[in-house]
Design a protein around this ligand. Structure first.
Ligand SMILES: Nc1ncnc2c1ncn2[C@@H]1O[C@H](COP(=O)(O)OP(=O)(O)OP(=O)(O)O)[C@@H](O)[C@H]1O
Length: 712
């Protein structure tokens, strides 16, 4: 096959897509890495713009293009150029744009149901305490007086939520003479606190529901989607990412009007990287498709992706074809990205009926090298990785960069100089290994653990306050002219001054706390209020229950990290010590971590480190991959790579037998996809360093990588 012939063949696939577009036939382009799916997506949009723009204009319609990250959104916008006929957006933003205007009935009704469901959960938990040997006394005759006393101590309660049991009991001294039963109820302080918290939560949910039920109040309510906060705050009428998907799905399912509006307004609906799209979204799109077919409307959805690149647990992967049937399947068989050697390798890894061919058969100047080293000492590993990278560097031109994929977060943290941040978060045990790389290291904020995201925002606030390139908007957000320039300037100056000398987050919070006191926040339009809201999603009224901003923040952090669960005082103390350790980490390390998340790097960086997941959709000339038996350390990460290479060296019969186990199969596919994504990022040179004893998996490794060499 010659390049010309291949280009012709490739054109035929693009034509197949154009034909589907012309006939409003929904399709799914499922093709291998580097086959040009994103390219085909852009071509498809350009095609519609070229041929259907007049019609779109006439009908006041647009094309929708949904992608996975904001980075991808910007890239596609850039590649498309300026056009008013395409809405490029992440799925969350797109859905929110569509549903947010339906505040008054549809959205608020769903929210009401969500609040009621949550209220039932809370009530159920309260009921469970009715049989508790100490707390049962509260229910019955004492109930009213108990509720009264909890209301009276709300502020004190939150201030003292984490103090030792004996201190906590003292809060009730004023009440105990009147209410003798409290002595009994306070025998187990932790259970008592848990119950009181449930009452507070119940109260806030009831109040929120009452507001919704009062017509006058209801008019003023606005449900908000806060993409800066990774968990719901229902009583505050705020929802987060997953609830947004849930609400959207319900709205589309319940109300034909939503389906009709989308279908009429956006006759072309394109989704990139479909494999990692949440199942609820695919279900929602399927409803649209069915509705359009029933009503004989001209509408289509085009999915672009690769089921073998599904690397997130909530992504639909190959299940798309069972959720969304009646899609025309289209394949692109040529690889546009990589050299022949690399294409051969990635074909072997994916091991399915998609066997890519190089678009240019003469593109053979690539190189794959595989090294192993069985030394397990951690420091040695860092040293070895650095030597391996230097050796790789020596083999490529001076002006080129190496992109190094690191599977172990601990190593990555050392290589990028934020090991202390990593260690302190790791020690707090707030997340498991298998989610650590997304919840601690993801560039997508919505994937970060809520507590980690809160730290991120604190550090970003520090960074912004310290930078002379920061604008007032960066710190205060949209103030609708409620803050005078003079006030903004004065406030920001005092905030900046308060953190001038600080070296860790603890000092920073204390500094800010000295400025953010009640007397400074008297007027309703105070700049500080805007700053708190914009930079940290904090509503000032929430702070009022606390003596200082510092105490409030520590409590927020505690809840974000360890939840409201009932814990004994020893655990509480341990948790508080963990938080203190995190707050004591030097800000330089925090800033390195933030730079990693934000992908900030200077132009002459020679080596850029990534997590495997973080390279999705990217391509680089030179890729270094660090591997070891584990991906992470415990749970599903344990022996993840070793199991995979052991599997592929087994006989076909043995493989089939092992794959009968659903969990084994799921894990194996996930590993296969991860290795596929990693290796397919390379355009020219790929070097792998395996940092473990490979004796037992040598055959599997050789099957994929050919010659393997010891690194020394
Ligand atoms: N028809 C084409 N003409 C010229 N360049 C192309 C064409 N198709 C793809 N490319 C180039 O090939 C490379 C791979 O394309 P693209 O990133 O679209 O692949 P992909 O299938 O989306 O990859 P992945 O699955 O890894 O995300 C890119 O550099 C792209 O610009």
């Amino acid at each position: 096959m010659t390049l010309e012939k291949n280009l012709e063949e490739e054109q035929k696939v693009q034509k197949e897509i154009f034909d589907a577009i012309n006939n409003f036939k929904s399709f799914c382009l499922n093709a291998g890495a580097g086959s040009g799916k994103t390219y085909a997506l852009i071509e498809s949009i350009k095609y519609v713009l070229l041929n259907k723009q007049v019609e779109l204009h006439k009908n006041n319609q647009k094309i929708i293009c949904v992608t996975y990250t904001n980075v991808a959104v910007n890239e596609i916008k850039e590649r498309l150029g300026n056009t008013e006929f395409v809405l490029v957006s992440t799925i969350h933003e797109m859905l929110w744009e569509q549903i947010k205007v339906y505040q008054n009935s549809e959205l608020i009704n769903l929210h009401k149901k969500e609040l009621s469901d949550e209220l039932k959960n809370i009530q159920k938990k309260i009921e469970e305490y009715k049989t508790d040997k100490n707390l049962s006394i509260i229910f019955g005759n004492n109930f009213e007086s108990f509720l009264l006393s909890t209301k009276g101590i709300k502020k004190l309660f939150f201030q003292n939520k984490n103090v030792k049991a004996c201190e906590f009991r003292k809060l009730f001294n004023n009440y105990q003479s009147d209410y003798a039963y409290l002595q009994q109820a306070l025998k187990n302080v932790n259970n008592f606190k848990e119950l009181v918290k449930l009452f507070y939560r119940k109260e806030s949910h009831i109040k929120a529901l009452q507001r919704i039920n009062k017509p006058q109040e209801r008019k003023k309510i606005k449900i908000q989607y806060d993409n800066n906060f990774n968990s719901d705050r229902l009583p505050l009428m705020m929802i987060s990412h997953d609830t947004l998907l849930k609400y959207s799905y319900s709205l589309f399912e319940l109300y034909p009007m939503f389906r009709r509006i989308i279908i009429d307004k956006y006759p072309y609906f394109f989704i990139d990287e479909y494999q990692d799209t949440n199942k609820n979204v695919i279900k929602l799109v399927e409803i649209l498709h069915r509705y359009a077919a029933d009503k004989k409307k001209k509408w289509l959805v085009g999915y672009f992706g690769d089921d073998k690149q599904n690397i997130y647990n909530d992504g639909v992967g190959s299940d798309i074809f069972t959720i969304h049937r009646d899609l025309k399947k289209i394949n692109k068989q040529f690889n546009r990205r990589a050299t022949n050697q690399l294409i051969e390798l990635i074909n072997k890894i994916r091991d399915d009926d998609i066997i890519q061919k190089p678009i240019n058969p003469e593109c053979i100047n690539g190189e794959i090298k595989f090294f192993y080293s069985k030394d397990l000492d951690n420091d040695n590993q860092i040293n070895k990785i650095q030597r391996f990278i230097s050796q790789f560097e020596a083999s490529i031109p001076d002006n080129q960069t190496i992109h190094c994929l690191v599977p172990v977060n601990r190593l990555l943290a050392s290589l990028c100089d934020f090991k202390a941040v990593y260690d302190s978060i790791w020690d707090s045990e707030i997340m498991f290994w298998d989610v650590f790389n997304s919840q601690f290291l993801s560039k997508q904020h919505d994937k970060l653990h809520p507590a980690v995201f809160f730290y991120y925002r604190l550090v970003m606030l520090y960074k912004r306050l310290k930078s002379d390139r920061t604008t007032y908007y960066d710190i205060l957000g949209e103030t609708n002219n409620n803050v005078t320039l003079k006030d903004a300037k004065k406030t920001i100056k005092s905030l900046v001054d308060s953190i001038n000398e600080v070296t860790n987050l603890d000092q920073m919070l204390k500094g800010l706390s000295s400025v953010i006191s009640q007397k400074n926040i008297g007027s309703s339009n105070s700049a500080i209020k805007y700053c708190l809201n914009h930079s940290l999603s904090i509503t000032y009224s929430d702070i009022k229950n606390y003596d200082t901003f510092y105490e409030y923040i520590k409590d927020t952090i505690y809840t974000n990290m360890f939840g409201d669960e009932n814990e004994n005082s020893l655990i509480k103390e341990k948790n508080n010590n963990m938080i203190q350790e995190i707050l004591n980490v030097n800000l330089t390390e925090w800033l390195n971590w933030v730079s990693f998340i934000n992908e900030e790097r200077d132009d002459n960086t020679k080596v850029i480190y990534h997590t495997y997941h973080g390279t999705k959709g990217e391509e680089y000339d030179n890729v270094a991959i660090i591997m070891e038996h584990d991906f992470g350390g415990t749970g599903n990460g344990k022996n993840k790579f070793k199991n995979y290479f052991s599997h592929i060296q087994c006989s076909k019969e043995e493989q089939e037998q092992k794959l009968q186990d659903e969990n084994y199969k799921k894990q194996l596919e996930n590993t296969q996809n991860l290795i596929y994504v990693a290796c397919s990022r390379a355009k020219k040179n790929l070097q792998i360093l395996y940092l473990d004893d490979i004796t037992e998996i040598k055959d599997g490794l050789e099957m994929l990588f050919g010659e393997i060499n010891e690194f020394n």
